[in-house]
Design a protein around this ligand. Structure first.
Ligand code: HEM
Length: 212
């Protein structure tokens, strides 16, 4: 089976969104962080490690859906799969203490839910592979990678959320532009999570004959 054009579009859009976001953290200089860093804390090293491993999960995740690798190079598929699972495990566990540095409750719960669902779906996918239940392995790994892609969709949804905010406030922006951006960035992870869960369950995993 050939990879579809929409799959390659997803790869390009995801890298196009995530490379500029991750680049400042590759300088390993906390002064370049977009996230406010608590002075004298472990927040910055945790954040950078999270980002490096999340990027590894994103890259290895994409390769796992290339049919030729799965069918013709099963050992490579297994190796990349182990890197994916290990990267998700550590990156998600590091995300949990990072949640503790957040002031906003909606933002903190959004990231915490994302990290826990990331761990859960990846664990289920890994266990299914160990049991050699490859149908369940495929479904849970698609769910897991859908969660990985919340990092992308959460950011892509920002313009739509900004428009929604402006519409709901009759374009009056009671807290100014900065307040609007802050409010949107506190909920965009929840929006990305809901969107990706729906896309995976209804558009990707639902049997064709059931698709409305
Ligand atoms: C899907 C599960 C993920 C969880 C639970 C998660 C969690 C987090 C958390 C808690 C932060 C700190 C945010 C803050 O303090 O404002 C963060 C930041 C960040 N994460 Fe993730 N992340 C995930 C996936 C990814 C992926 C796949 C990438 C891809 C490279 C990534 C790249 C980043 C980047 C670049 C930042 C810094 C954001 C900024 O500068 O605004 N994350 N993440």
């Amino acid at each position: 089976m050939k990879m579809t054009r929409s799959w390659w579009l997803l790869v390009i859009v995801s890298l196009g969104v995530m490379i500029p976001f991750a680049a400042p953290y590759l300088t390993f200089d906390a002064a370049n962080s977009r996230v406010n860093i608590a002075p004298g804390s472990v927040q910055y090293p945790l954040l950078v490690t999270h980002i490096l491993l999340a990027a590894a999960a994103l890259l290895t995740g994409f390769t796992q859906f290339i049919p030729r690798i799965r069918t013709e190079r099963p050992q490579l598929h297994r190796l990349l799969g182990r890197i994916y699972v290990g990267s998700v495990l550590i990156s998600a566990l590091l995300a949990l203490p990072l949640v503790g540095y957040m002031d906003d409750f909606a933002k903190a719960t959004g990231f915490a839910a994302l990290a826990l669902i990331w761990l859960f779906t990846t664990y289920k996918g890994y266990r299914a592979a160990v049991r050699r239940d490859f149908g369940a392995h495929r479904r849970w790994m698609i769910r897991s990678f859908g969660i990985t892609l919340v990092a992308v969709s959460g950011r892509l949804l920002v313009p739509i959320l900004l428009l929604t905010y402006a519409l709901l406030h009759g374009f009056s922006l009671p807290e100014g532009r900065e307040g609007m951006v802050e409010d949107v960035l506190n909920v965009n992870i929840w929006a990305g999570l809901i969107a990706n869960l729906m896309i995976v369950e209804w558009a990707v995993l639902k049997p064709k004959e059931q698709k409305a």
